[in-house]
Design a protein around this ligand. Structure first.
Ligand SMILES: NC(=O)c1ccc[n+]([C@@H]2O[C@H](COP(=O)([O-])OP(=O)(O)OC[C@H]3O[C@@H](n4cnc5c(N)ncnc54)[C@H](OP(=O)(O)O)[C@@H]3O)[C@@H](O)[C@H]2O)c1
Length: 316
C-alpha cells in the first residue's frame, strides 16, 4: 500500500478523530488543523499524527497546512450557525471548500476527499444547511485538475456521536415526559466505523474519482423510533410525546434562541425530506454496513457495556 501525507480539515471532530486513528493504522502521515489545539490532545497519542493550530479560513494558514501533503480531506461542517441568515453555513460549507481547492492547486495536490451530507442539494434543499452543503459539493466535484470523491452520509452514529448521545443526555435530565419534535422524520443512520473505512479505501482507488457516494446503514428509522430505542438502551424509560408539526416548528423557533442552539428552524427544515439512501451501500468499498443495534448499546449503556465495545474495537 502507498502511504501518503494527508492534511485533514475537521480532523478533530467526531468523524475526524476516528478517521485519524484509521488512517494512522495504515501508516499514513497525518496533519490535523484545529482552531483549539488544547482541546484535542488525545489525537497526539496516535502515531504519525501532527496537530496544528490555526484558522482554516485564513489562506496563509491553509497554505502552510497543506504544503508537502499529497492528499487533502475536508470534514469541516456545522449543523447550526451563530448567525440567522445562512452566512455562517455559506462560509463553512462553500467558501472554505473554495479556499481548499485553491490551496490544493497552489501545491499541486490532486487528491481531495470531501464530506457532504445526505440531502445536500444546492437548488432544492429545504434548509441553509442542505443548500450550502450542496453548493460546496458541486464546487469540489467541478474543480478542474483535481481527483475528487465526495461522501453523503445520513446521520452518523458511534461512540462520541452528537445525535444519539445527545438524546440519551436529554432523556436522563427530563422528568417523565419527553416532547419530541419532527417524530416522523426518517433517517438511515450509518456507523462511523463504516464511514471512515470508505475514506480509507477510497484514497488510492481511482474508480472513486469524480464520484459522490451516499452512505447509509441497513435500516430506516423514524426519529420517534430512534429516540425510543435510545431511551431503552440507555435505561431511561420516559413517556415520549410526539409533537405535531406546528408544535415542532414552534419548539425550533424557541430553542433557536437558547445557548448552543439545541434545535433551530434550519434543523427543523432539514427534516422536511427523508434522510434515506436512494440505493444500497456502494459496492466499490466492499463493506457490509453495521446495524445500529450491534454498536449503540455499548456506548449508550453502562460502563461494562462500554468496556465490551472497546474489546470488540480492539479486534477490528
Ligand atoms: N455527524 C453526522 O451525523 C453527520 C452526518 C452527515 C454529514 N456530516 C458531516 O461530516 C462532517 C464531520 O462531522 P462531525 O460530526 O465529525 O462534526 P464535528 O464533530 O462537529 O466536527 C466538526 C469539525 O469541523 C471543524 N469546524 C467546525 N466549525 C468550523 C468552522 N466554522 N470553521 C472551521 N472549522 C470548523 C471543527 O474543528 P475545530 O477543532 O477547529 O473546532 C471539527 O474538527 C461535517 O462536514 C458534517 O457536516 C456529519
Amino acid at each position: 500500500m502507498t502511504t501518503h501525507t494527508i492534511a485533514i480539515l475537521g480532523g478533530s471532530g467526531f468523524v475526524g478523530s476516528r478517521l485519524c486513528a484509521r488512517l494512522a493504522r495504515d501508516g499514513h502521515t497525518i496533519r490535523v488543523l484545529t482552531r483549539h489545539r488544547d482541546r484535542h490532545r488525545d489525537l497526539l497519542v496516535l502515531p504519525t499524527v501532527e496537530v496544528m493550530e490555526g484558522n482554516p479560513h485564513d489562506p496563509a494558514v491553509l497554505d502552510g497546512f497543506v504544503a508537502g501533503c499529497d492528499v487533502v480531506i475536508n470534514l469541516v461542517g456545522i449543523l447550526n450557525e451563530r448567525q440567522h441568515d445562512g452566512s455562517g453555513f455559506e462560509r463553512a460549507h462553500v467558501e472554505l471548500p473554495g479556499k481548499i481547492i485553491a490551496a490544493c492547486r497552489a501545491h499541486g495536490i490532486r487528491r481531495l476527499l470531501h464530506m457532504s451530507a445526505l440531502g445536500a442539494d444546492a437548488d432544492h434543499g429545504a434548509s441553509h444547511y442542505q443548500r450550502s452543503k450542496g453548493r460546496g459539493e458541486n464546487l469540489v466535484l467541478a474543480a478542474d485538475g483535481l481527483d475528487v470523491t465526495t461522501f453523503r452520509p445520513s446521520v452518523i452514529f458511534g461512540p462520541g456521536d452528537s445525535f444519539l448521545r445527545r438524546f440519551a443526555g436529554l432523556l436522563r435530565i427530563t422528568p417523565l415526559m419527553f416532547p419530541l419534535a419532527c417524530p416522523t422524520a426518517r433517517f438511515q443512520t450509518v456507523y462511523v466505523g463504516d464511514v471512515v473505512e470508505c475514506y480509507a479505501r477510497a484514497i488510492d482507488d481511482a474508480h472513486t474519482y469524480g464520484h459522490s457516494y451516499s452512505l447509509c446503514g441497513p435500516r430506516v428509522y423514524t426519529f420517534l423510533e430512534l429516540v425510543r430505542y435510545t431511551a431503552r438502551v440507555a435505561g431511561t424509560p420516559r413517556l415520549i410525546l410526539p409533537l405535531p408539526d406546528w408544535a415542532s416548528r414552534m419548539q425550533a423557533e424557541i430553542f433557536e434562541w437558547l445557548p448552543g442552539k439545541p434545535f433551530s428552524r434550519d434543523n427543523y427544515l432539514s427534516t422536511r425530506h427523508d434522510n434515506v439512501c436512494p440505493e444500497p451501500f456502494p459496492e466499490v468499498f466492499g463493506i457490509t454496513p453495521t446495524p445500529l443495534e450491534s454498536i449503540a448499546p455499548y456506548y449508550l449503556g453502562g460502563a461494562g457495556e462500554r468496556r465490551r465495545y472497546e474489546r470488540l474495537r480492539g479486534r477490528d
